[in-house]
Design a protein around this ligand. Structure first.
Ligand SMILES: [Fe+2]
Length: 127
């Protein structure tokens, strides 16, 4: 079982430690309410406010979006497509929810491991 890191693990640390956690943490961006059986879009951004390196030996490789234990989707990142400078990579997932959601994003840095977002709740309503 891989170790999972989250921003809160480092929130009590020094400024340097919190900046390290900030640039690694995936953030879920979406509406708090979805319509049952209609397309719903979730954006996942890597980094709360800070850009992460995008060098050949240090970069993000994939983003996953989960609803509890169910994998909704995965985006494989081709490093060279995002340039050589630090960047806040974003990925979008559009899917059809049937029930309310408890979303978590995971993202993998090839140097600093697997990071999880905060959990986001989405209620569902009928049209
Ligand atoms: Fe990293």
């Amino acid at each position: 079982m891989p170790r999972l890191f989250s921003y809160n693990d480092f929130a009590q640390g020094s400024d340097k430690v919190r900046l390290y956690a900030d640039k690694h943490s995936p953030v879920i961006i979406c509406d708090s309410e979805a319509i049952r059986n209609k397309p719903f879009t979730v954006t996942v951004r890597i980094g709360k406010t800070i850009k992460h390196p995008n060098a050949p030996d240090h970069h993000y490789e994939y983003i996953q979006l989960w609803n509890l234990e169910t994998l909704i989707g995965e985006i494989k990142l081709q490093r060279a497509s995002y340039g050589d400078l630090p960047v806040q990579i974003e990925g979008g997932f559009t899917f059809i929810p049937k029930v309310g959601l408890r979303l978590t994003a995971l993202a993998y840095c090839n140097k600093h491991g697997l990071w999880q977002s905060e959990e986001v709740y989405v209620t569902i309503k009928d049209e």
